[in-house]
Design a protein around this ligand. Sequence first.
Ligand code: F6P
Length: 467
Amino acid sequence: MASTFGAAQVLVASNRGPVSYEVGEDGSLHAKRGGGGLVSGLSAIGPDAGALWVCSALSDGDREAVRRGVGEEGVRMLDVPADVHADAYNGIANSVLWFVHHMLYQTPLEPVFDAEFRRQWASYEAYNRAFAEALAEEAAEGAVAIVQDYHLTLVPGMLRELRPDLRIGHFSHTPWAPVDYFRILPDDIAEQVLRGMLGADRLGFLTRRWADAFTACCDALVGGPGDTRIGVHGLGADADFLRRRSHEADVDERMAGLRAEIGAGPDGNARRTIVRVDRTELSKNIVRGLLAYRRLLADRPEWRERVVHVAFAYPSRQDLAVYRDYTAEVQRVAEEINAEYGTPGWTPVVLHVKDDFARSLAAYRLADVALVNPVRDGMNLVAKEVPVVSDEGCVLVLSREAGAYEELGEDAVVVNPYDVVGTAAALHEALSIGAAERAERSKRLASAATALPPGRWFLEQLEELRG
Ligand code: F6P
């Protein structure tokens, strides 16, 4: 009898895949490979492991690639209809589930769960079903499938029904909401999300705090997590890759450019730098970071002309009006600070909004202080990457609401992200730490930050599932 099973032994599923396509002017397709923890994690199992990455087409170029049958080995891109994907990704995943887990609602007026929400939820179900069906089709008997993130919370339950033989995992790269906040969701939806995830054999979270929050939601809403195991895997920085990449020629070039933009203070010494690198993401708290810097310049005039805030805020989720507004607010506040304090030879805030990885690494290398102050964050890899790449050591100002706080809090200057006065004081403290202590702290941070490199992070989960 012919087998109805596929050939893949290890499957990962995520909304965004490792490759994207653009249609050139001559109609040809150009592939662009992405990076990130999952890409290097998966490469740890080697090319012969029978791995398949199932992801969604996100752009017209991606859809065109699927239609033309163009693809990379080991990747299956799903051509979910554009309107269904937009409802699921923008409408539900990024405007509801992301907001719940990062506690981003301004609750006097939002959210409103009306008929439009129900319509979008049906798209979220359809999009999750498309993933479950593709995984069911591609998986070999007894294979392991690890589903990623809040986009795909219903997949484990759906896949379990289609293929009870599989070992199913799910990993959350976000925080998990506390029970009272999670219950903002309509009761049936909250229950559906939890039961969907509990279709997995094992669920992974970035920190104990998020894992415990999930368990508390299960206890309150569905009588506990049942047989599903829950584990913590604190994804670390990829030291080998970062150290190599940050010493390539384009990074040196960017460093020279940045040094020229930063300039020297009145004493002739290079100015100190407070660096931040983020997607322009609501949870990253870039505006309060700028307000804290303004407070520093107001309260501590001795830093004027002697420090520059280098802020890279790269575009993200620009289909959503609230993200576009936030991006504009970041630019407005930065300009305000420059207008208020800038002098002919000193630009207090150097803001760049065009994504440039080499320039980010250059900023990591020369940072005196790294500012990572999210209102809430699953982990925050920038907090882990800067100390690894830093040339002469860097002080980390870190929000206690970032997942990275669990591993890095001891050697960082810790802030309450809502407290702008407190953050300004922390910036002053960080700038005042001497070179020797800065280097020592940075060394300890780098070692904690690289405790679980992406390859081991992925293999750990695989081993747990294979049991
Ligand atoms: O933090 C959760 C996460 O899914 C990350 O894994 C990823 O970097 C980001 O959010 C996804 O953003 P985007 O919406 O641009 O795919």
